[in-house]
Design a protein around this ligand. Structure first.
Ligand code: BTN
Length: 255
């Protein structure tokens, strides 16, 4: 069940998420946005995704009852992509912090107590050099019964972390995340958000040891923060700064 009225009442965004689609079953809400309606305002939510997509080409298991949704964002510059990856995590974290003390593993895995509660995947399509379509896809585990079994990754849900199930509204959580994402995107466009500073309030690992897989090789770093562009800034075992860009990294969960 998904109440469009309740969702639209809660949505305070001016542009994003205004045109909701609800599916009991769909291949992937990200694919829907990229292939079917990538225009500003589109938002797709599915109870079941038969081909849900995760990062690094992995499958995302969708259990009915969770919040698995994607929305379209347009009018973007190509070099906003990396910061937007982080902003999506900030928006989710701001909303989920009403329920539990969640934080972020770079770039945007929302975690609590070393367990993953939400995954975010931004997918794009370019027209020549121009960023034409962007789908921001978010999957949040809401209830105990909906925690997927994922090999190698400890996972949790809002209810498992102690949230009262009767206070969890999928409609309001989705609406609030989109509203917050739009606010943060406006700040970014106006040059009014410093990603490096902001990250410090969200990171699960700042100053701590992180295990990073670079070109298939696992290495230990200390997280220093992020760059203004949103890349991970880490210190190697000799204290040398290393800038790690999206796509080169795989985290060990548990660290
Ligand atoms: C990750 O690997 O952590 C990212 C997972 C992103 C999953 C969401 S669920 C809604 C949207 N549709 C998809 O196919 N994937 C994203």
């Amino acid at each position: 069940m998904f109440s469009q009225e309740k969702y639209l009442r809660a949505l305070l965004a001016k542009r994003l998420g205004k045109r909701p689609y609800y599916f009991e079953s769909l291949d992937s809400t990200n694919s829907f946005i990229i292939n079917k309606d990538w225009h500003e305002g589109a938002m797709a939510l599915a109870d079941i995704q038969t081909d849900g997509k995760g990062r690094s080409g992995k499958n995302w298991v969708t259990v009915p009852g969770n919040a698995c949704f994607s929305f379209a964002v347009t009018d973007l510059d190509k070099n906003m992509l990396m910061p937007l990856n982080l902003l999506a995590g900030f928006a989710v974290t701001d909303v989920l912090r009403r329920f539990a003390p969640v934080s972020l593993k770079w770039p945007n895995d929302c975690v609590c107590g070393g367990k993953k509660i939400c995954g975010i995947l931004l997918e794009t399509s370019f027209a020549g050099d121009r960023l034409e379509k962007l789908a921001v896809g978010i999957g949040i585990n809401l209830y105990d019964r909906c925690v997927p079994k994922v090999a190698g990754i400890p996972v949790t849900s809002l209810e498992t972390l102690g949230a009262d199930p009767s206070g969890i509204s999928r409609e309001e959580i989705i609406a609030d995340i989109i509203t917050r994402f739009e606010e943060l995107t406006e700040l970014l466009k106006e040059g009014n958000i410093a990603i490096e500073e902001t990250w410090r309030g969200y990171s699960a690992n700042i100053g701590g040891e992180i295990s990073v897989t670079l070109s298939g090789e696992k290495r230990i770093f200390r997280e220093k923060g992020v760059t203004a562009e949103g890349a991970l800034l880490a210190l190697d075992k000799y204290g040398r700064e290393t800038v790690i860009n999206s796509g080169e990294i795989g985290y060990d969960f548990g660290r």
